[in-house]
Design a protein around this ligand. Structure first.
Ligand code: URA
Length: 282
């Protein structure tokens, strides 16, 4: 039986984390974060090799290699609270680059079912990020992760859109869907229309938590989500675009790895077009 250090630091002497049951060294720096535990083996099915290393409290984790690059995929569960635990504990075991791979409801008519949405930032309609920091603090994606996701979508020929996402801890009322017996407080009635007018692309439930925590801790994060719903046309297909979002996320890790190596070898801190041009010239 594992012995945990204390209530304040619920980890074992080896650093095994209470919820995710992983310890330092178990995962590489790049971790894909789907909400659904069932999607983890699906993500790994596109890798050169992959194996399950843990499953606890809904946090299923696989590690492996995609096109030679070491990576992991771990489920976050639905919404902010379980996602914040996932990010907190993954950071403690050595991960520093997170890509959410999820599903989403499009708020713009031109985003078709099966398209993917790559987030530049997320409106913080979650609860947990407000516990961490005031609502004025921005939930932004890391520009290099964002660019890698765009590049991956281009390479793979996937239909994609780039822009602001809204993340809510509520699938129903908080996304303007009537609750049981039609319950819908004024604050959330028509929220999907208000956000559409503000040029927000989509609703999902985890990106703002991942982005906020990643920024606070100096880690990196991005998000790519498959549009399984369109709130303007009122269409819904729970399978649309999931394969495409997974492929984009996996490929983005390979690209980021290449860029990270380039930065390391050139001694540069930030990715820029001049750094990228120097590779093309080689
Ligand atoms: N996920 C969400 O959070 N909302 C949707 O409409 C679809 C997927």
């Amino acid at each position: 039986m594992s012995v945990f250090k204390s209530a304040l630091t619920p980890e074992t002497a080896e650093g095994l984390q209470y919820h995710i049951h992983l310890k330092p060294g178990d995962v590489p720096r790049y971790v894909l974060l789907p909400g659904d535990p069932g999607r983890v083996p699906l993500i790994a099915s596109y890798w050169d090799e992959g194996r399950k290393i843990s499953e606890h409290r809904g946090y299923v984790c696989y590690v492996g290699k995609y096109r030679g690059v070491g990576l992991a995929a771990m489920s976050t569960g639905i919404g902010g609270p379980s996602t914040a635990i996932a990010v907190e504990e993954l950071l403690r075991v050595g991960a520093d680059t997170f890509i959410r791979v999820g599903t989403t409801g499009a708020l713009q008519e031109y985003v078709r079912l099966g398209d993917v949405v790559i987030s530049t930032a997320a409106v913080r309609f979650d609860g947990v990020s407000r516990i961490y920091v005031d609502p004025e603090y921005p939930a932004v994606a890391s520009y290099d992760v964002l660019l890698a996701l765009i590049e991956a979508a281009e390479i793979l020929g996937v239909r994609y859109h780039v822009g602001i996402t809204a993340s809510s801890d509520s699938f129903y009322v908080g996304q303007g869907r009537p609750g049981f017996k039609g319950y819908l407080p004024d604050r959330w009635r028509g929220i999907e229309v208000k956000l559409k007018e503000l040029n927000v692309l989509n609703f999902e439930m985890e990106a703002s938590t991942i982005f906020t925590l990643a920024n606070i801790y100096g880690a990196r994060a991005g998000a790519v989500c498959a549009a399984i719903a369109n709130r303007v046309t009122n269409e819904f297909d729970p399978h649309a675009g999931i394969t495409e979002a997974i492929k984009v996320a996996n490929e983005a890790v390979r690209i980021l790895y290449e860029w990270d190596e380039l930065l390391r070898s050139s001694g540069k801190r930030y990715l820029s077009f001049s750094v990228l041009r120097s590779v093309l010239r080689r």
